[in-house]
Unconditional design. Structure first.
Length: 435
């Protein structure tokens, strides 16, 4: 990264000048290195929500929100979605390059060898209420993994980090599927290691010990695609949470558990669940799309068009285009006039009304990845409250790749933001009877 260029900052109150280095990324927006600012001029920078702040450097994922570009390790998301598989994408994200045949065979074999959970973990599930949200179970069970793998407390050992990554990739489908099985009083199905990654998850979700089960091939493909599209998205809220948690050298399982908690919110991964809820509400209101569009525009109403808008994308989210196409394919396979087709039609109608509306146009609000993914999941008979769990399962590779990158970065330090204090100045303590 070149940093011979600078930008000059002049403090008008003192006349002091400071040359701040401009860091040029390999591709993307130049970044001003403000680390000397406090020491030299005595100022902090103020940027709630990190609108213009790079919290780290990273070589994993590149986004151009204006042009709607997303690349993992330089590869366009469209190419990966068409040609790759989720496990290959996992290898790419973690190790930096696509694997050769031998590397991929070894990787897949290692993932297969780690799919089982410690038997003692089974009893953790029974401690939860049956109606617990599976994301709550995920936070607990993934966090609990840290109590099974003490060796991972040494976060500076690259081999142990790799083992943690493989364990997480391998165990997450089992943990996720079991959170569903527990809630429905169904027997836990153990992983079948001859199955591919997506099939194995669907098997653990839907198979019964009493019956043969083969997941429909198009569902397997659709799930694999959804996982590829959700695998990473640079410094989003949950990934930043994993980095911040991990920056204190906390155990990786604890850090990923924190990431799951952050993902849960409706402004982040919880949006896919919220989109379906919104589409159902609209269907139940005789498809009064305009009413919901008006509500979304009304600043006195907290309602937002779920699955619309993105902090980075000011254009169509490239993942939404791919997912919408898959949604079409899935619906074509189902019987005509099915309920999902109706939801899809409603979603398309909202999209077309919103994209012509000045409110959405002027704010660059387009459908995001969550807008159509829920319809696919619903058509696959995945229950609504498992949608965000599938997002978490897919994003685990992104979280752990960022954590691993951070642990190797000589510039990384414990995350410790500053603040613009707005509280009282000095006050002195008064006794109770004097207040
Ligand atoms: N419906 C109506 N208005 C919206 C929406 C929406 N979905 N999203 C943004 N706006 C408005 C917002 O009110 C604001 O208007 P104004 O300038 O008049 O105050 C303007 O657009 C900018 O929005 P913002 O909230 O400042 O933007 P943000 O970058 O802080 O928030 C967001 C991004 C994704 C949280 C937001 O767009 C949103 O809440 N969308 C709905 C939830 C959703 O779909 N989330 C999934 C995100 S993609 C998956 C993921 O990465 O997790």
């Amino acid at each position: 990264m070149k940093n011979t260029e600078t930008i000059t900052l002049i403090d008008n109150s003192t006349g002091k000048k400071l040359e701040l280095p401009i860091l040029r990324p390999t591709v993307g927006t130049p970044t001003i290195d403000v680390r000397g600012l406090y020491k030299e001029l005595g100022y902090f920078t103020y940027d709630p929500g990190f609108l213009a702040t790079a919290s780290c450097q990273s070589a994993i994922t590149y986004l151009d929100g204006e042009k709607g570009v997303l690349r993992y390790r330089g590869y366009p998301i469209e190419e990966l979605a068409e040609k790759s598989t989720f496990l290959e994408v996992c290898y790419l994200l973690y190790y930096g390059n696509l694997p050769n045949e031998k590397q991929f065979d070894d990787f897949q074999e290692d993932i297969r060898q780690h799919t089982l959970l410690h038997e003692a973990l089974r009893s953790f599930y029974t401690g939860f209420r049956r109606d617990a949200h599976p994301m709550g179970i995920m936070v607990g069970v993934v966090g609990a993994l840290s109590s099974f793998f003490h060796d991972h407390e040494n976060v500076h050992d690259a081999k142990l980090r790799q083992r943690a990554a493989h364990r997480l990739i391998a165990k997450m489908p089992t943990i996720a599927a079991w959170s569903y099985r527990y809630a429905h009083g169904l027997p836990f199905m153990y992983p079948q290691n001859h199955l591919d990654y997506a099939s194995n998850f669907l098997y653990m979700m839907f198979a019964m010990p009493t019956e043969e089960y083969t997941p429909p091939p198009l569902f397997v493909k659709a799930l694999d695609l959804i996982m590829i599209l959700h695998a990473d998205h640079e410094q989003n809220a949950s990934t930043s949470t994993v980095r911040l948690t991990g920056s204190s050298e906390a155990n990786p399982f604890a850090a990923v558990s924190a990431g799951i908690a952050s993902l849960w919110g409706p402004a982040h991964g919880g949006a896919n669940e919220a989109v379906i809820q919104m589409l159902l509400d609209i269907s139940n209101s005789d498809n009064d799309v305009q009413h919901y569009i008006d509500r979304a525009k009304d600043k006195t109403d907290r309602f937002r068009l779920m699955g619309f808008g993105h902090r980075i994308y000011k254009n169509y989210d490239p993942r939404a285009v791919i997912i919408r196409n898959m949604c079409h394919k899935i619906l074509q396979q189902l019987e005509p006039g099915n309920d999902y087709q109706e939801l899809f039609d409603t979603a398309m109608k909202i999209e077309s009304v919103a994209l012509k509306d000045d409110y959405f146009k002027s704010r660059n609000l387009y459908p995001n990845v969550d807008y159509y993914s829920g319809i696919i999941l619903l058509a696959m008979k995945i229950p609504l409250n498992m949608f965000t769990v599938i997002f978490a399962l897919s994003r685990t590779i992104g979280w752990i790749s960022h954590w691993n990158e951070m642990m190797q970065d000589p510039e990384s330090r414990i995350g410790r933001p500053r603040q613009l204090y707005s509280g009282e100045e000095l006050r002195n303590y008064a006794k109770l009877d004097k207040r």
